[in-house]
Every structure is written in C-alpha cells, then in structure tokens.
Ligand binder design. Structure first.
Ligand code: TIU
Length: 223
C-alpha cells in the first residue's frame, strides 16, 4: 500500500499507487505528425505537440515509481475487417482509413504512422492495447489486464482530449475506475474542445473523474 494525496479538481483525492496505472492514449505518429490520420481529417497536428514533454516526464516518473504503464493505439487490421464501414466512409476517399499516405496506410496496424512517437516509445513489459475504436475498452482486453493487476485508479494522458481520452474515461468510470486526467498531458486540435473536455470530466463533483496538472502527480511519484 502506497497511499498518496493528489491535488486535483474538483477535489484532492487519495490513491494507492500500488493500485494505480498510467494509461497513455494514442500518442501515435498518425495523430501528431503531418501526413497521418489527424491531418487527413483537416486538423493542424502541431496543436498536439505541447502535450509531449509533460507526458514524457510523467512516463519517466511512473516507470521510476514502478506503476503499471499501459499504452494504447487506435488502428485497424490491414484488411480493415475490424473497421466499420460507417467509420471508413467518412472523409475524402483518397485520405480515408486504409488509403496510402506518407507514413504508410492511414490508421492501419503495422504501418509507420500507427507507431507511438519515439519520445514515448513503450519498453518491454508495458502492455500496448491495440483498439479499433475511440474508447480503449471497446473490443480490447484492457479491463482484464487492469483487473489482473488489481488496478483501481488510472492516471490518463494522451490525445485527443475530447475524443479518445474522453471516451476512454467515460468507459473506465462506468467500469468502476477512478480516472485522474492530466490536463497538460492531453491535447486537442481544438483548444476550446480541450477545455470543454476537461470541464465535462470534473463537473458535477467529478461526474466522470478528476483533473490535475502533471506537476502534483510528478510530486507524489517522485516522493
Ligand atoms: N480525431 C480526433 O480528434 N481523434 C481521433 O480520431 N482519435 C483519438 O482521439 N485518438
């Protein structure tokens, strides 16, 4: 048992670090670099870059504190058998999921664009969850892995705040996990959606979870 208090909104909370995991959502080249899925959707990918250094610091501190660390990647099988037509059919045909791009086929597993960015590369022993949807629980073994490690709390980082981070937090909250979303470790192509995404999580007494900056979390991880 390693009980620590984390400064967060709407309230500070006590968590047992032995039952806490860090989950880093979809920090993939496809979302953060030009030529990938994020850009094909019409977004300015530079907007996600400020989240990288704080994520890197939290990842290093979580490794040093021996937390379970989980990485997720959004993407599909090369034959797209796990990609609903309704998902593929959105956007310009030449830039859809599975189409060839400068980083390989867009949002397809095994392609360069699907990789996690080098700054946050997983190391041996850190589970990688390959997910076909926005939520990290949908059609994955994430819940089983968390239960096996007796995890109760999730420190959540990644992109994008209002899409895959929010979807995952909502899924996790319904499954009984306390989520602490690290505001500066998340990013959105839309600054106003980043703010709204965080506000929705912590409203109503923390209806989906808690929001903290990385600094208070680094403080307890380093202690
Ligand atoms: N488009 C967008 O903001 N996000 C996604 O499609 N996926 C994730 O958030 N990972």
């Amino acid at each position: 048992m390693r009980a620590v208090s984390i400064e967060a909104e709407p309230t500070a909370l006590w968590v047992d670090l032995d039952r806490t995991a860090l989950i880093i959502i979809d920090m993939q080249r496809d979302f953060l670099e030009p030529g990938g899925f994020g850009e094909t959707l019409g977004n300015d990918v530079k907007r996600l870059l400020p989240a990288v250094p704080p994520c890197r610091d939290v990842l290093a501190a979580a490794r040093a504190a021996k937390l379970l660390i989980i990485h997720t990647r959004e993407g599909h099988r090369p034959d797209l058998s796990d990609a609903p037509r309704a998902k593929i059919e959105r956007g310009e045909p030449a830039m859809r999921i599975g189409a060839p791009g400068p980083m390989g086929r867009i949002l397809v597993r095994g392609e360069p664009g699907h990789d996690i960015i080098p700054e946050l590369k997983p190391v041996d022993g850190e589970p990688i969850i390959d997910k076909p949807g926005k939520g990290a629980f949908h059609q994955t073994d994430l819940h089983q892995i968390l239960q096996k490690h007796e995890i109760e709390n999730l420190l959540v980082c990644g992109v994008t705040t209002e899409v895959c981070v929010n979807t995952t937090v909502r899924e996790a909250n319904d499954r009984g996990f306390r989520c602490i979303v690290l505001s500066d470790c998340c990013g959105s192509y839309f600054p106003e959606f980043h703010e709204a995404g965080l506000a929705m999580i912590k409203a109503q007494g923390g209806i989906f979870g808690w929001v903290s900056a990385s600094q208070p979390v680094l403080k307890v991880l380093h202690a």
